[in-house]
Design a protein around this ligand. Structure first.
Ligand code: GLC
Length: 532
């Protein structure tokens, strides 16, 4: 089947999603933390990248103990980021620029500051008590079971006043909402409606695979593969706290709420193997999320044949499941891919992300090649790092540093005289948007060349995918539809490879910046896209 599908695709299938971490994009209020007005001012830059949708990490009212993933009011903007009026102006400007707006919806837990939890704390008889998950101490006292928090330590905290424990899969200040309670679901669905009425086009749904827990509250088994030094949460397997049948039901209900409106979408944060991931798309009769995030490029070894095997099986499984595929290289919880994979592979990875079949999600700054920033001990703010000093990998500050706009003080992120909430990269004077704008050979312009190519050659968007045999270090695949056939050649290694007929055709783009002749050998760390 090689018909030209691209015209029939929805925006979330043909377009690219661009994630902004609002604290770090643009600070216009001068407090060292990014804000909505700053983001709005920078939207023409975002549009210039050739992306289709902007996803903002949480901007709702929050005490910011987990930097907004602890929501104290689902229907208001935190003053740190601005006001509802600022938000409306942001949506209007995005839509004027033909960009869709996606918010981060955090349904698994609220902040302990939320009025619902405060009311629940007033006692066992409180009307909101059952909006959270409470358990009596184990027989003989102590924690109800062995469940652990993602940030280390037990997933239970004692409420001394009532003698009961409440569940939190993250910080104690992030109590889990009780999704088994229909009133909770209704209230949470109303929050979705609130934002959709304000013009929001879609949602990224935080830890959607954790919504429900098994209500037998059994201990989770130990993970035999866990090594000391790895985050404590990995020391258990999670058959009772993740991917429960009830979660699937609640997501079907959530989808029905989105379908009350025209052309909205949701992408779910789900860290699961493909066979458990794809069912989150639902079936034709009972749809679930539009896109279940596929994080496997982040998690698998960076080796051409491994990536090929994965892409082949994921593509085939997506087709069989009637699910639209998607790809991710980075986000605010993962080290920057330039740092993970190394400078030499940076453009190979970027090319892969933007040419595989499926919706790409791009993390802010990755288009200019931002890398992790080493955070001095006294500047660490991420609770995942502060709570787990023995697991240095757990810290997420390195990938959340301010956007590097230009060579001025604070990289143009924040005015002179302010201290950005996280330190800037020490090479921002050379690695920044302004320096790269004017340089045709820059990473930024390479990114734009890739997004332009997607527009000019719809086979890259809606065409079929088929990998082809190549030497071990090379991943080669073909994208094809009625409008044409493109070959993507990716050299994951440092050897030159003569690929014979496979390299025949007109070079549309090479990561090395030149236009190799038809049939020319693939050079070390080269990504090349050919027509023919
Ligand atoms: C998700 C978010 C992460 C947050 C956690 C708790 O994994 O991406 O940043 O800390 O959920 O809400």
């Amino acid at each position: 089947m090689t018909s030209s599908l691209t015209g029939e695709l929805k925006w979330w299938q043909s377009g690219i999603i661009y994630q902004i971490y609002p604290r770090s994009f643009q600070d216009d209020s001068g407090d060292g933390v990014g804000d909505l007005r700053g983001i709005t001012r920078r939207l023409p830059y975002v549009a210039s990248l050739g992306v289709k949708a902007v996803w903002l990490s949480p901007i709702f009212r929050s005490p910011m103990r987990d930097f907004g993933y602890d929501v104290a009011d689902y229907c208001d903007i935190d003053p740190l980021f601005g006001t509802l009026e600022d938000f409306d102006a942001f949506v209007a400007e995005a839509h004027r620029l033909d960009l869709k707006v996606m918010l981060d919806y955090v349904p698994n837990h609220s902040s302990s500051d939320h009025a619902w939890f405060q009311e629940a704390l007033t006692g066992k008889g409180s009307a909101k008590r059952d909006w959270y998950v409470w358990r009596d101490p184990a027989e003989g006292g102590g924690l109800p079971n062995n469940w652990k928090s993602f940030f280390g330590g037990p997933a239970w905290t004692l409420d001394e006043a009532s003698g009961q424990y409440y569940l939190h899969q993250f910080l104690p200040s992030q109590p889990d909402l009780n999704w088994r309670n229909p009133a909770v679901r209704e209230a949470m669905f109303d929050a979705l409606r609130f934002w959709m009425r304000r013009g929001v086009d879609g949602f990224r749904v935080d830890v959607i695979w954790l919504l429900a827990e098994d209500d037998r509250y059994l201990d989770e088994p130990e993970n035999p593969d866990w090594q000391p030094g790895q985050p404590e949460h990995w020391s258990l397997l999670h058959p009772y706290t993740q991917d429960q049948p009830e979660t699937h039901e609640y997501i079907r209900e959530m989808r029905a709420v989105l379908d009350e409106f025209d052309d909205r979408m949701m992408v779910g944060e789900i860290y699961l193997p493909v066979e458990q991931l794809l069912p989150y798309s639902g079936t034709e009769d009972a749809r679930m999320v539009h896109l279940p995030f596929n994080f496997h490029l982040i998690l698998m070894p960076w080796q051409a044949q491994e990536v090929r095997r994965f892409a082949d099986s994921y593509d085939a499984a997506s087709l069989a499941a009637g699910a639209w595929p998607n790809w991710v290289l980075g986000n605010h919880d993962q080290h920057r891919f330039r740092s993970r994979l190394g400078d030499a592979q940076y453009r190979v990875a970027q090319t892969l992300l933007l040419t595989l079949r499926g919706t790409p999600t791009v993390y802010y700054g990755d288009e200019i090649g931002m890398h992790d920033v080493e955070i001095p001990a006294d500047r660490i703010v991420d609770p995942a790092a502060l709570q787990q000093p023995d697991s240095p990998e757990a810290g997420r500050d390195p990938e959340r540093t301010p956007m590097q706009w230009d060579a001025s003080v604070n990289a143009g992120f924040s005015a002179q005289g302010t201290t950005p909430w996280l330190p800037l990269a020490d090479d921002f004077a050379t690695l920044n948007v302004a320096a790269q704008e004017g340089d045709p050979a820059s990473d930024l312009n390479y990114f734009r060349a890739l997004t332009r190519l997607r527009q000019e050659h719809p086979a890259l968007i809606g065409g079929t995918y088929r990998s082809v045999d190549a030497p071990d270090d090379v991943f080669a695949f073909i994208r094809q539809d009625d409008s044409g056939t493109l070959t993507v050649l990716l050299n994951f290694g440092a050897q030159t490879h003569d690929l014979g007929d496979l390299a025949r055709g007109q070079t549309l783009l090479s990561s090395l910046g030149d236009q190799p002749a038809s049939g020319a050998a693939l050079r070390p760390n080269e990504a090349r896209i050919l027509r023919g």
